[in-house]
Design a protein around this ligand. Structure first.
Ligand SMILES: [Zn+2]
Length: 644
C-alpha cells in the first residue's frame, strides 16, 4: 500500500511545476460522504482559495487505487471557486472481504490537499434479502394510507392464419385503489362496474384466484405479507434499469408454502434495496387454476419511496389443451397516479386571476356591466369544474404539455383573427380513452388521445373542433358557478359532470373547424389527419377506447368527427411500414404518478422493421427509464427559486 501512495504523489507532483507562485491554490478536497458501500459512487468537490481567473485543472488521484477510481483531473471553470467529480468504488476491492478500507482522494493545484472515506463491505446476499423483505413491508404499510387512481385498459387479441396479431375488442376500468382490505379497485360510477364483473367472470373459469376478483390493481404488490421463510431466492445477475443498478433475483415459493404466492423475478436497486420491478405470476398447485402474468414497475417519486406506477399484463395461455384456456389471449396496461392528494390541490391559476381582476378593479370603481358580469360568471363555472377535476386527479396540473396545446390553439386563433374573451386555455385529462371537449373557454384533450396522434396537424384538427365550439359561443352550463354543485363523492364525478354537446352543436363545430383549418398554417398538412380518422374507423372494434368520460364520442355507428377530412386522405395501408396513421398508446406523454405532472417523453425515433411494429392504438409493454428522486428534487427547488 505504501508504494501505491508514493506513485500517486509522484504523479501529482508533475503538475505542480506548471503553477506559478501567485496563482490560486487548492484550498480543500471535500467528499459527499464519510462512508460508502463498495460498488457505489460518491462525489468529491475541489475548492480554490480564490475565484479562478481562468480554467484551472486540478489533478486527482485515489489511494489505494484498487479500491476507488477518480478522473485524472477536474476543471474549475474561470469565474468559479470549485468543481465536483465522481468517485467510483469497486465492489470487489479492498473491503469486499469483510473488513473496512480507508480511501484517500488527493487533489493538486499549487499544493496537495486530500479527503478520506471508508469503503464498507457490501452486505452478504442473505443480509440483502433481509433488507429487501424489510423495504417491501415498509412499502405495504405506506400504501395502506394511499388512494391513487388506477386505470386498466385491456385489448383482446386475435391471431390470423398469417400470424397477424390484432386487437379485436377491449375493456376499460378506472377506479381508486383501496388497500384497507388488501389491494382492490373501487371503480368510478358509470365506469362499467357491471362490465368489470362480467369480464372477471369470463376469466374466472380459467383464473380462479383469491386475487383477481379484486381487479387488476392486485398486481401492485408482490406479497401483502412478504416473509423470507416462504421463498427461495437465487441471484441471477446485475443489470441497469435506467440509472438504477439492480440486483436481479429469482424468487420461488417453497414447497410447503401456501399457493397464491409470487413466483418470478425481482429487480432490487442496490442503494436501499427497494424492489423496483417484478415480473412473473402467482403460484398454483392445481393445473386447473391459473394466474395472470404481469410485469410490474415502480418509480422513485419521493426520496426512499418507490411506488407502483405501471403494470403490463399479457396472456397467451395456449399451452393448455382444455377449453377455455386456448381462447384466452389478451394484453393490458395498468397505470397508477394521483398518489399525493396535497400536490393535487388547485394551483395558483385561479388565485392569479382573482389577484389580477382586483388590481384591474382599482382603476375603476364602477360595478361590472351585465355583459362583464356574465363573462365572469361563466369563467367561474369553468374554473370550478377544472379545479374539481384537478383536485381528484383526473386533470393534470398546468405544465409543458398544456403549452404545446396552447401553441397550436394560438396558431389557429391568430391566423383566423379570432377575438375571444376571456382567453382560451388548454388542459390535459389524465385518462386513456380518446376524447376532447371544452369546459367554457378551456380546451381539454385526453392523455390517451395526445399519445396516439401522429403529428401536429392532427392535433390541430382536434383543437380546431373544440375552438369551433368556443368561437360559435357554445356555452357551459353555468349551474357549475355554484360551489355546492361540486359537493359529491369523487367517484360520482362522471355522474355529475358532463360536457357532451348536442348532435347539432357537434356538426356546427366540425363545420367551423374546417373553416379554421383552411385559414391556418396546417391547411396543406391535412391529408395525414384524415388518415388518422381512417385508422380510427378501422379500429371500430375498440369501442372502450373511444368511450369518453366527459365529452362526445369521436366516432358513432355511422359518423366520425371531422368526417370532411376523410375526402382528402390517402387510402389506409396497414401493411405499409412507412405510413403512420396512429401511434401506440403511451407514445408521447409521461405522467409523474406522485403529483400528476406531465412531460413529453424523450423517446428515440426507431426505424420500424415490419408493419406489425406500427401498433396503432395498441397497448405495449412498459420500459421506463428508472432514476433516483434526488436530482429531480434539486431541479425543482431551483425552478421554484427563479419563479417570479
Ligand atoms: Zn364537440
Amino acid at each position: 500500500m505504501r508504494s501505491l501512495k508514493t506513485i500517486a504523489l509522484l504523479l501529482l507532483a508533475v503538475s505542480t511545476a506548471a503553477v506559478a507562485a501567485d496563482n490560486p491554490k487548492l484550498l480543500s478536497v471535500k467528499l459527499s460522504s464519510d462512508t460508502v458501500v463498495g460498488g457505489n459512487q460518491l462525489h468529491g468537490t475541489v475548492t480554490l482559495n480564490e475565484t479562478a481567473p481562468y480554467d484551472v485543472e486540478v489533478s486527482l488521484a485515489a489511494d489505494p487505487g484498487n479500491a476507488a477510481s477518480v478522473p485524472a483531473r477536474v476543471t474549475i471553470p474561470a469565474g468559479s471557486t470549485n468543481a465536483s467529480f465522481a468517485i467510483t468504488t469497486l465492489r470487489n476491492g479492498p473491503g469486499a472481504g469483510g473488513s473496512d478500507a480507508v480511501v484517500t482522494v488527493y487533489g493538486n493545484y499549487g499544493v496537495t490537499k486530500s479527503g478520506s472515506f471508508t469503503v464498507l463491505p457490501p452486505p452478504s446476499f442473505d443480509q440483502m434479502i433481509d433488507r429487501v423483505v424489510q423495504r417491501e413491508r415498509i412499502l405495504v404499510a405506506a400504501m395502506k394510507g394511499m388512494h391513487p387512481l388506477a386505470e386498466t385498459y385491456i385489448q383482446d387479441l386475435h391471431e390470423s392464419k398469417s400470424h397477424n396479431v390484432e386487437p379485436i375488442s377491449d375493456h376499460y376500468f378506472l377506479g381508486r385503489l383501496d388497500f384497507d382490505n388488501g389491494p382492490q379497485d373501487v371503480l368510478f360510477q358509470k365506469q362499467h362496474a357491471a362490465s368489470m364483473r362480467a369480464f372477471l367472470s369470463v376469466l374466472s373459469a380459467a383464473f380462479t384466484s383469491r386475487f383477481l376478483p379484486r381487479g387488476f390493481a392486485q398486481m401492485v404488490l408482490l406479497d401483502e405479507n412478504f416473509q423470507k421463510s416462504n421463498y427461495y431466492f437465487n441471484f441471477v445477475r446485475e443489470e441497469f434499469l435506467g440509472e438504477a443498478r439492480c440486483i436481479v433475483i429469482d424468487v420461488q415459493p417453497k414447497e410447503k408454502a401456501q399457493s397464491g404466492l409470487f413466483t418470478g423475478r425481482i429487480w432490487v436497486e442496490d442503494r436501499e434495496f427497494n424492489i423496483v420491478r417484478f415480473n412473473g405470476t402467482y403460484s398454483t398447485r392445481s393445473r386447473y387454476t391459473y394466474y395472470l402474468h404481469f410485469d410490474s414497475w415502480r418509480l422513485n417519486v419521493q426520496p426512499h419511496l418507490w411506488l407502483p406506477a405501471y403494470i403490463y399484463i399479457e396472456e397467451s395461455g395456449t399451452k393448455l389443451k382444455n377449453p377455455p384456456f386456448h381462447t384466452l389471449y389478451f394484453k393490458a396496461q395498468t397505470r397508477l397516479w394521483a398518489y399525493d392528494p396535497e400536490s393535487l390541490k388547485h394551483d395558483e391559476e385561479f388565485t392569479d386571476i382573482k389577484v389580477d381582476s382586483s388590481v384591474n378593479d382599482q382603476g375603476s370603481v364602477a360595478d361590472k356591466s351585465p355583459v362583464e358580469a356574465q363573462r365572469l360568471w361563466e369563467r367561474m363555472a369553468e374554473d370550478n369544474a377544472i379545479d374539481h377535476l384537478q383536485k381528484i386527479g383526473l386533470l393534470a396540473p398546468r405544465g409543458e404539455v398544456d403549452k404545446v396545446l396552447q401553441t397550436v390553439t394560438n396558431n389557429l386563433i391568430i391566423t383566423n383573427k379570432l377575438d375571444i374573451e376571456p382567453d382560451v386555455r388548454c388542459r390535459v385529462l389524465l385518462t386513456t380513452p380518446l376524447e376532447s371537449f371544452t369546459i367554457g373557454h378551456t380546451i381539454v384533450v385526453s392523455r390517451g388521445l395526445l399519445d396516439v396522434l401522429p403529428d401536429e396537424a392532427s392535433l390541430a384538427m382536434i383543437v380546431a373542433h373544440e375552438l369551433g365550439h368556443i368561437a360559435l359561443g357554445h356555452r357551459l352550463n353555468t349551474n357549475l358557478a355554484f360551489a355546492d354543485r361540486f359537493f359529491f363523492p369523487d367517484l360520482a364525478t362522471f355522474e355529475h359532470l358532463d360536457f357532451a354537446r348536442s348532435a347539432a352543436d357537434e356538426e356546427a363545430a366540425d363545420h367551423k373547424a374546417m373553416e379554421l383549418l383552411a385559414n391556418s398554417p396546417y391547411k396543406d398538412k391535412l391529408a395525414n389527419t384524415g388518415l388518422f380518422l381512417e385508422a380510427l374507423q378501422d379500429h371500430a372494434a375498440l369501442s372502450n377506447l373511444i368511450s369518453p368520460h366527459l365529452g362526445n364520442r369521436m366516432r358513432n355507428h355511422n359518423s366520425i368527427r371531422m368526417a370532411a377530412l376523410l375526402k382528402s386522405a390517402p387510402a389506409l395501408e396497414n401493411q405499409h411500414v412507412d405510413q403512420i396513421a396512429a401511434l401506440p398508446i403511451g407514445s408521447r406523454i409521461k405522467l409523474d404518478p406522485w403529483n400528476d405532472e406531465l412531460k413529453l417523453t424523450k423517446i428515440r425515433p426507431v426505424t420500424l422493421l415490419s408493419a406489425q411494429e406500427k401498433m396503432p392504438f395498441e397497448v405495449a409493454p412498459f420500459f421506463p427509464y428508472l432514476s433516483y428522486d434526488e436530482p429531480k428534487g434539486q431541479a425543482q427547488v431551483a425552478e421554484n427559486a427563479t419563479r417570479p
